[in-house]
Design a binder for this molecule. Structure first.
Ligand code: SF4
Ligand code: SF4
Length: 137
């Protein structure tokens, strides 16, 4: 088994720490999540969504709902498998370029960046051997 992967996978999830981080920005982030009208108007402003032939997994709203949204919905009680799925969304599927436009002012990059910070608190982030992918920024 790859050493880097095993180190990440062996660590216990510190749910208390995750919850503490989520609570720090709960007001703003939960407001953004609840305001999203799922209208998809942001979709075509994301170059990755367009690059990947409008695959819904690259829609900005999909990315926040299935990353930060999942963390709040589960109140931080997530396992490593769930965190690793979120890792793929917040690093591989979004580069924090800030090009996505939401008419009601939901700021997707700040939500994705916050989800990254939560994952980093659990030592989950792209490894050196994953850095070759253009979008693991
Ligand atoms: S983030 Fe904004 S534009 Fe995108 S689906 Fe939600 S409300 Fe619509
Ligand atoms: S910040 Fe992320 S979701 Fe928004 S346009 Fe850039 S890659 Fe797409």
């Amino acid at each position: 088994m790859d050493q880097a992967i095993s180190n990440q996978d062996m660590k216990e999830v510190d749910a208390k720490k995750i919850k503490e981080l989520l609570n720090r920005r709960k007001g703003k982030m939960k407001r953004f999540l609840s305001y999203c009208a799922h209208c998809s108007l942001c979709a075509e402003s994301c170059f990755l969504y367009m690059k990947y032939k409008k695959d819904p997994r690259y829609m900005p709203s999909y990315k926040v709902i299935h990353s930060l949204g999942t963390l709040y919905r589960k109140r931080g009680k997530v396992d490593r498998k769930c965190l690793n799925e979120i890792k793929g969304i917040v690093w591989r599927n979004c580069v924090l370029c800030g090009r996505c436009y939401c008419p009601i002012g939901i700021h997707v990059p700040s939500m994705i960046a916050f989800a990254r910070a939560v994952l980093r608190s659990q030592d989950i982030h792209p490894q050196h051997n994953e850095a070759s992918s253009e979008s693991w920024l």
